[in-house]
Write a protein that binds this ligand. Sequence first.
Ligand SMILES: O=c1ccn([C@@H]2O[C@H](COP(=O)(O)O)[C@@H](O)[C@H]2O)c(=O)[nH]1
Length: 281
Amino acid sequence: MTERFGARLARAVAARGPLCAGIDPHPGLLAEWGLPGDVAGLERFALTATEALAGEVAVVKPQSAFFEAHGAAGVAVLERVVAECRAAGALVLLDVKRGDIGSTMAAYAAAYLSDGSPLAADAVTVSPYLGFGALEPAFEAAAASGRGVFVLARTSNPDGEALQRADEGGRSVAQSIVDDAAARNAGAEPQGDVGVVVGATNVPGELRLAGLNGPVLAPGFGAQGATAADLATVFGSVLPAVLPASSRALLRCGPDGGAMRGELRRVQAELTAGTRSDGTS
Ligand SMILES: O=c1ccn([C@@H]2O[C@H](COP(=O)(O)O)[C@@H](O)[C@H]2O)c(=O)[nH]1
């Protein structure tokens, strides 16, 4: 029987720590690395970052948009990044933020969450704007194949605030997403397969995450300003379930692989120290 994503993730984090390293081939970063802004530059950038980071972290998060921007050739590079990250022992969380009516969602699930698909990852990000229930095909495909789904709840960007904090029957929209995810994860051991995305830049205590029984992807750590200390403040007792995600802050240390790895190890040590001093693990 296929091992569930929640269990695979817990094991990976226990072995390699919680940091999720992002691979975001921004055109500006390619230029900083002295690379051309074409698909050859994309490939060099993405594979160099993969080689430096994927053997060290539990989770790598390629940002699909930067690959898609190069068309079919860029998507081919993404396929290679996914395969090489997995070969290096990292789980791949593909940041695609898909969301659509259920029948179309089934096609996205076939693309990203089904064995044999060239773009199949260990988990993907999804958007619940068409309704949490519309994501059902993704949840089903993920559960059937040992994969995971991370649902946007309270994003790291200030633009999300008005929508995500809007009232939804006495709780915020973001809280309703967390509660729906928690219902799907109920009873799973050691945790469920449905994670949520909650920015590390957010207000402490805004969301009740204690009953989630699933992972929390926390972008906003690093380049967007949130620190290891902020993670402890924002997430409190839920910190052990949090995957802090950092892309540009690591990638800016390139193109030297040793420098990227050095920064990654520094951040991992900081996260470990923060978790211990908080008394949560
Ligand atoms: O709320 C969200 C959801 C996703 N992201 C993505 O995470 C990375 C952050 O990159 P940094 O360079 O570490 O800022 C990027 O791929 C975003 O699309 C997010 O930032 N916030």
